[in-house]
Ligand binder design. Structure first.
Ligand SMILES: Cc1cc2nc3c(=O)[nH]c(=O)nc-3n(C[C@H](O)[C@H](O)[C@H](O)COP(=O)(O)O)c2cc1C
Length: 409
């Protein structure tokens, strides 16, 4: 049983190039157990057929023409009463601006005017249309009107332009709706997330690093934001797009990561350290490139700072979550780290690049260790795992705070 089970969802589709993705959204909503009805604007009919949407939603599509010719005069009110949630995806610039200004000049906008519950929109438009001052003023108005805006994401558009305006993926839209319905879990909490690898320079052209892609950390940061937290991400070098509304500071070396985490930690309630920080760094950086000699060379490595131990030692009130990527003896190694580093929680996984486990993949399988519990999370997309981890973080954090408050009394 999930938050969307048995909900009546009205899926509004508008005239964007991303309209084909509405087919996927409709199937995903059905899989979540929703009753789906689709309302299409006239322009959207240029981009996707009613037949596709009827097959996937299991219900007759309500189109503009049909509404004006055959349906009862009060159909817009009936549909507005029937729906628990309205999702407009994709939402064009035109429709977003109409919605923000309370227009009701077609069926979908009239239903929205008559609707009193949660509306979600997933904008899809060219970056210039999104950045347009009128569009941005609409975004502010929609937020004031309690209309949830999912995305848009950053990336390359069909027209070749790069920037914000890409529709959020169908999978993430569903996760956002589920998350926003329980967003209070982390609302008002400040979450600091570290992600990605570090690079330890050896000489001006070489460094030592690891296979971490940063995907898990970015998904964790996004999930925390969706659950209402204010989030900051400290990222090593990755090739991932920035996340809207999350401040990112980029670092390169383990020393920079250390300095950054230590100076930020005092302003946060929760630290989730997913970054794969190098344990060792070259003892001596060579200012000139190592030349190719006939014989082998040796480079000495020294221990770097243990960031999470230093943080948990200095900031005792901070709820600290470590990640342990192990190649063997996961339970023993993770439990040892939990105690030795004085963490509140540790998320362990088997990482092995040769076996394509954990690193660089979109999937993962983790075990969560707290001082009292061991929770297995079966293999799933990192986005889904991130939400499960954050649910447990929220639960454990509030029981820790409860305990602290009891002890203070
Ligand atoms: C090929 C094509 C692609 C379009 N893609 C988008 C888009 O992604 N986002 C957008 O805001 N408008 C897009 N438009 C413009 C809208 O279709 C147009 O503004 C339309 O009036 C929107 O109507 P609606 O909001 O009632 O669906 C596109 C137009 C064409 C011809």
């Amino acid at each position: 049983m999930d938050i969307l089970t048995n909900k009546n969802v009205l899926l509004g589709i508008t005239g964007s190039i991303a309209a084909y993705k509405a087919a996927d959204i409709s199937s995903r909503l059905k899989k979540e157990g929703c009753n789906v009805r689709v309302v299409m604007t006239k322009s959207s009919e240029l981009f996707i057929t009613e037949t596709t949407l009827e097959s996937l939603s299991g219900n007759k599509v309500i189109s503009e023409d049909e509404h004006s010719s055959t349906l009862s005069n009060f159909e817009h009110l009936d549909i507005a009463k029937w729906a628990d949630i309205i999702l407009i995806s994709p939402c064009t610039a035109n429709f977003m601006n109409k919605l923000a200004n309370g227009h009701g000049d077609d069926l979908l906008s009239t239903i929205c005017l008559a609707f009193t519950k949660k509306i979600f929109i997933a904008p899809a438009m060219n970056p210039d249309m999104w950045n347009n001052k009128v569009s941005q003023s609409s975004v502010r108005k929609l937020k004031e009107a309690d209309i949830n805006i999912i995305g848009p994401n950053y990336g390359t558009h069909a027209c070749g332009d790069i920037g914000y305006g890409r529709m959020t993926s169908p999978e993430q839209i569903i996760e956002d709706i589920k998350g926003q319905n329980k967003s209070s879990l982390l609302s008002g909490k400040r979450v600091l997330v570290t992600a990605g690898p570090t690079r330890e320079p050896i000489d001006p052209v070489r460094f030592m690093s690891n296979y971490s892609s940063g995907k898990m950390g970015y998904e964790v940061a996004l999930a925390a934001k969706v659950m209402g937290a204010s989030v900051k991400l400290i990222s090593g070098p990755v090739s991932l797009d920035p996340i809207k509304d999350i401040k990112i500071e980029y670092v390169e070396t383990s020393e920079e990561m250390y300095q950054n985490v230590m100076s930020n930690a005092k302003n946060f309630d929760i630290l989730i350290s997913t970054a794969a920080i190098a344990d060792y760094k070259p003892a001596n950086y060579s200012k000139t490139k190592y030349k190719k000699y006939e014989n082998n060379i040796s480079i000495e490595f020294t221990r770097g700072a243990d960031i999470i131990s230093s943080v948990s030692e200095k900031y005792k009130d901070l709820f600290t979550v470590g990640f342990a990527a192990e190649t063997d003896s996961l339970k023993k190694n993770a439990e040892d780290k939990l105690i030795k580093k004085n963490l509140d929680m540790i998320v362990g996984n088997i990482a092995n690049h040769e076996l394509k486990l954990g690193f660089e993949s979109d999937f993962n399988k983790v075990t969560i260790f707290t001082k009292e519990k061991v929770i297995e999370i079966p293999e799933a997309k990192k986005s889904e795992i991130a939400i499960k981890i954050l649910n447990i973080v929220a639960e454990e954090f509030s029981s820790k705070i409860g305990l602290v408050n009891k002890n203070v009394k």
